[in-house]
Design a binder for this molecule. Structure first.
Ligand code: PEP
Ligand code: MG
Length: 573
């Protein structure tokens, strides 16, 4: 028997899958009827009714996703919900109906394509490619509603399959039958697409970016895929198939070993402890973080818990939520980030009058400008929770001082931002004291995620107890493709870690880079003391840290960061 055909894609979600291929229907094959344009008014009404149906359908996905995914991942669909209200999409389509006499379908498809193209033109990188796929997902849902289809007719399987598709959209992934789908191979997509993020969180092995996969793989072909390396073999011979099964078994064994060591500290081979904390968006995730052995919460993205609500959570409700997280992890430290919402993270709070607030938001030198009341309420809630107070305001289960609570200010761009943020914190404390309400002490930290903050790091460090590097935003705000931007981000990390060491202040990394096994040795070598990652990744990140010698990693990091690109360096000598 001849050996199988080999293809190289990109590892998008780790794990090994072997099984018969199922070819996912191509988009458009379901036959999207393009209606002959009726009267303008009639078409606009059809579109608006279909958008309302799509909105309800998306809300249902958010509810379902909330049960199976973390809150942050369910946020992908909350963002899609906002797209349905974006004037650039449905509004633009209405305009095209009125001015171009198009049918609702044609107008929407055109608006969707323009919207996606505009996104990619604005920021031609992978994270925005993910948003373009979200636009396609949303447009597909409205088109289904226009055709009065109940929703995408999802394939059902009577035996386990490996799905092969041109592209899978986020809503395809959450609707997959987890009992029957072994893994995914797609032509399009990348490790940063939302579909890949969702596959990772569902533990579904996935390989993306396999050119012509749908032409080269036939229905029923046996396919073996490695979601870590991106390797795909179609029609493996018996020896190869045996080898893949052995790999699958050893990976399973490795994962079980990981789980048994998850609650032990992560110590480098030369004896340095690196704290591995978790990033969460809701209290449910705090439980997952605890079960996965997190050394604390390194980032509580509070805006996630503010999302998709008709009104803002008040001080008491917030105090209850923060208290729940603190108690869940006690005595480990919990870092609560104040609301971070801006151009890339919309909060739909119009109804309550507090729209798109971002503390010290890069575009505004006035922290929380116009929204002091929202931030003061949040800071009072944190201070009360830090005293162990429950929602009812009484001192609660945890005694003051039992766990360390830290407050983290995002998107700080300059010294004035920090001074104003600290003033708000002092004001919140004074207000509680005046009310005679029990409150705790909190440590204060800054997210370093805007390049100007790196330039000012020495000054900023004087003001705070710790800093946490937001490498997602640093990468987003650093021009150039990933192979140039990431090395530049690592140099920014090096500058911040160096300044923090001199100032004797701890430095953490809480962006996605902290979970990248290739970056972890470099971050440790640069002096980063805490890595904060998605809760399910904590055991694996700890395991990678255990293989690193900090001394050797420091030498390697220095060499890489000073080498020129041709020498395998970072690109700016
Ligand atoms: C970051 O920017 O790296 C970060 C952790 O914050 P967020 O992803 O929530 O913007
Ligand atoms: Mg950020």
């Amino acid at each position: 028997m001849s050996p199988g055909r080999r293809f190289a894609g990109q590892g998008a979600a780790p794990g090994i899958a072997i099984g018969p291929a199922y070819l996912w229907p191509r988009r458009g094959q379901a036959g999207r009827a393009v209606a002959a344009a009726g009267s303008c008014r009639g078409e606009v009404e059809r579109l608006s009714a279909a958008a309302a149906v799509a909105r309800e359908g998306t809300r249902e996905i958010v509810r379902q996703a909330g049960r199976t995914l973390t809150r942050a991942e369910a946020g992908i669909f909350e963002a899609q919900l906002l797209m349905l209200d974006d004037p650039n999409l449905v509004g633009r389509a209405e305009e095209a109906i009125r001015t171009g006499g198009l049918s609702a379908e044609e107008a929407l498809e055109r608006a969707g394509a323009e919207c996606a193209a505009a996104l990619l033109r604005a920021v031609p990188d992978e994270s925005w490619r993910a948003r373009a796929a979200d636009v396609a997902d949303v447009v597909g849902r409205v088109l289904d509603a226009l055709a009065e289809r109940p929703g995408p007719s999802l394939p059902s399987f009577d035996h386990p399959v490996l799905v092969v598709a041109e592209e899978l959209l986020p809503s395809d992934i959450v609707a997959l039958d987890r009992e029957k789908v072994l893994g995914l191979v797609t032509q399009a997509g990348s490790p940063t697409s939302h579909a890949s993020i969702l596959a990772r969180s569902l533990g579904l092995p996935a390989v993306a970016g396999v050119p012509s996969a749908c032409e080269l793989i036939r229905e029923g072909d046996v396919v073996a895929a490695d979601g870590a390396s991106g390797e795909v073999v179609v029609g493996p011979d018996p020896v190869e198939a045996e080898d893949w099964r052995a790999r699958q078994a050893s990976r399973r064994e490795w994962r079980e070993g990981l789980r048994s060591r998850a609650h032990l500290p992560a110590i480098t081979t030369d004896g340095h402890r690196i704290r591995v904390a978790a990033n969460i968006g809701t209290p449910d995730e705090a439980e997952t973080a605890f079960l996965n052995g997190a050394d604390g919460i390194g980032l509580f993205r509070t805006e996630v818990f503010f999302m998709g609500r008709a009104s803002l959570p008040g001080e008491d409700e917030q105090c209850g939520v923060y208290g729940e997280v603190i108690r869940c992890l006690a005595p480990r430290p919990v870092v609560i980030r104040t609301l971070d919402a801006g151009d890339d993270k919309a909060l739909n709070l119009v109804a309550s009058g507090g729209r798109a607030v971002r503390l010290a938001g890069g575009r505004s030198s006035q922290p929380a400008s116009g929204h002091e009341d929202v931030f003061l309420a949040q800071l009072r809630a944190v201070l009360r929770a830090a005293a162990g107070a429950g929602e009812d305001g009484r001192a609660g289960v945890r005694r003051p001082g039992e766990a360390e609570v830290r407050v983290l200010f995002p998107m700080v761009a300059n010294l004035a931002d920090v001074v104003a943020a600290k003033a708000l914190l002092a004001r919140a404390a004074a207000e509680l004291d005046a009310r005679g309400v029990v409150r705790g002490e909190v440590k204060v930290g800054l997210m370093i995620e805007v390049p100007s903050a790196v330039a000012l790091i020495g000054l900023l460090l004087r003001e705070v107890d710790f800093v946490s590097l937001g490498t997602n935003d640093l990468a987003r705000l650093t021009p150039g493709p990933a192979e140039v931007a990431i090395p530049t981000v690592l140099r920014l990390v090096a500058a911040v870690a160096d300044a923090a060491r001199r100032a004797g202040k701890p430095v953490a990394v809480c962006g996605e880079l902290a979970a990248d096994p290739r970056a972890i040795p470099l971050l440790v070598g640069l002096g980063v003391g805490e890595l904060s990652v998605a809760p399910p990744l904590v055991p694996e990140v700890k395991e990678v840290v255990r293989t690193v010698s900090r001394r050797e990693a420091a030498i390697l990091a220095k060499r890489l960061l000073t080498a020129r690109p041709a020498e395998g360096g970072t690109g700016d000598g």
